[in-house]
Design a protein around this ligand. Structure first.
Ligand code: HEC
Ligand code: HEC
Ligand code: HEC
Length: 171
């Protein structure tokens, strides 16, 4: 009896670990740089999101860290990385690089479980079940709008989305 109880406990802890989604990083999303796909990677590279981690090295960032009395540099501080990067404190694969800033997965969800299936329209439901997120205004507001670390601009979804939109070509 005892042996089964032990096995049961081990399984309860193991299953969430096995099924835990990992962040894979933007370099894994290379298919999205094909012209017929809409070159989302290129659009993203030109956006401020791609430079969000780099901004944590600026004099302005150093100043904020001082004012807030943080114990580590901005590039190491959870208080900054949660908005200026992706997957803070979450499981990541080797391909993932925090230096790449606010990456695809910050809005579309950690991709390890869906990256291999989300490219087929018939897999849409499966991809969503595996953690794929479409992203919407609520996603943006996790990072945009008032925050505890520094002054922030007012967030106007329509206007801001225009700046970073990356649609698939129609047809
Ligand atoms: C800041 C958040 C954010 C980031 C970063 C982001 N996306 Fe998106 N993405 C969205 C939102 C929001 C939509 C629109 C969803 C909708 O309206 O259908 C979208 C739509 C898309 C679409 C579907 C377009 C269509 O017309 O059907 C693709 C493909 C896509 N993103 C790929 C990527 C890739 C690849 C990256 C990284 C290089 C990326 N996204 C980065 C938020 C983001
Ligand atoms: C994980 C956090 C995060 C999410 C989610 C996020 N952003 Fe951002 N966004 C940032 C950060 C951080 C910056 C500033 C980057 C920098 O300049 O260093 C930024 C900058 C921007 C900028 C440029 C603003 C400027 O002042 O030049 C636009 C536009 C923008 N985001 C749109 C969006 C939209 C639209 C969404 C949702 C679809 C979104 N963001 C979701 C963190 C995020
Ligand atoms: C809640 C999300 C959030 C947190 C937490 C956050 N930031 Fe930001 N940060 C943003 C957004 C969004 C912007 C873009 C400007 C805006 O919309 O106000 C930004 C802009 C900046 C900029 C200006 C970038 C430029 O264009 O020069 C710096 C520097 C910066 N943040 C540093 C930090 C530091 C350092 C920390 C940690 C102490 C931090 N941020 C924490 C969301 C955040």
């Amino acid at each position: 009896m005892k042996r089964y109880t032990l096995l049961f406990i081990v399984l309860i802890f193991a299953i969430p670990l096995i099924s835990q989604n990992k962040f894979v990083g933007v370099n894994t999303c290379a298919c999205h740089n094909l012209p017929k796909q809409g070159k989302q990677v290129e659009v993203w590279k030109k956006s401020k999101h791609a430079g969000a981690f780099e901004s944590l090295k600026s004099d302005k960032a150093v100043g904020i860290v001082k004012v807030k009395g943080l114990k580590v540099a901005a590039t190491e501080a959870k208080e900054c990385l949660e908005c200026h990067s992706t997957g803070v404190g979450e499981a990541v694969e080797k391909s993932f690089k925090v230096e790449m800033g606010v990456q695809c997965e910050a809005c579309h969800g950690a991709a390890s479980a869906y990256k291999g299936i989300h490219n087929k329209p018939e897999n849409k439901e499966k991809a969503i079940a595996a953690g794929f997120l479409k992203g919407d205004e609520k996603t943006c507001k996790q990072c945009h709008g008032a925050n505890k670390m520094h002054d922030a601009k007012e967030f106007n979804f329509k206007k801001m989305w225009e700046e970073i939109k990356h649609p698939m070509p129609k047809g």
